[in-house]
Design a protein around this ligand. Structure first.
Ligand SMILES: [Zn+2]
Length: 233
């Protein structure tokens, strides 16, 4: 299982976060969460810090400002941060689980060339957690987060009676931003911007495994494992 890359993609409410934690743990993969990667990148940056990509210069402070204001960082900048991080992974033997990236076809177009610098096509697997919009909506309506690490707990029969986070034991709170309209917007964004990545990846001869994301956490996890194991991960 040396040096493989799994890219996990799923709509809001697909349980992607939970499956990512399980998979990384079970398969001893390095879990690369791009939002956390950016957060780390921004730690202790000063006004003068720039990243040069091609001929263009990107101010870290400016990217941080966008990020903190809920705007997306520029695609080229994120691609470079991911590339840098994947480069470091090459010195280790563990496979990598890429979570939360790419989110748009444009990001994928920027990401794939550098992914292919580090991995053979046959070593990259995209796992898509397939959950219908009705189901997503229902699960998201009752989503909670833990107060300590903000682990997201979606609404499933086996999480319904939880009052503390199964990972760190902190109390769960309801996520206020998740009114149905917000969720519908996020689902639409996913459908229009993120889902087309799957076809793009296939056009680049990268394997996409579509996994039925409906069922209990362990049902879905077994399906995910079937796919990764048939990929020798
Ligand atoms: Zn937690």
């Amino acid at each position: 299982m040396k040096n493989k890359l799994v890219i996990l993609i799923g709509p809001p409410g697909s349980g992607k976060g939970t499956q990512a934690l399980l998979l990384a743990d079970k398969k001893k993969m390095t879990h690369l969460e791009v939002s956390k990667l950016l957060e780390k990148k921004f730690l202790g940056t000063s006004k003068e810090d720039i990243i040069k990509i091609g001929k263009k210069e990107y101010s870290l402070k400016e990217q941080e400002r966008r990020w903190r204001n809920g705007l997306l960082c520029e695609d080229e900048f994120v691609a470079e941060v991911v590339r840098e991080s994947l480069g470091k992974m090459q010195k280790r033997d563990d496979s990598v689980l890429l979570d939360g990236y790419p989110r748009t076809v444009n990001q994928a177009e920027l990401a794939v060339p550098s992914l292919l610098d580090f991995y053979k096509q046959s070593d990259i697997l995209v796992v898509y957690l397939d959950v219908g919009e009705e189901e997503s909506l229902e699960r998201n309506k009752n989503r909670r987060v833990c107060s300590l690490m903000r682990h997201s707990i979606i609404s499933l029969p086996e999480t319904k009676n939880l009052s503390i986070c199964p990972v760190d034991g902190s109390p769960l709170e309801k996520r206020v931003m998740d009114d149905p309209e917000t969720i519908k917007v996020r689902l639409r964004e996913f459908r229009e911007k993120t889902a087309p990545i799957l076809e793009y990846m296939e056009s680049k001869k990268i394997t996409v495994a579509r996994v039925d994301g409906v069922g209990t956490i362990s049902d879905v996890f077994f399906r995910v494992l079937q796919e990764t194991e048939s990929f020798n991960i």
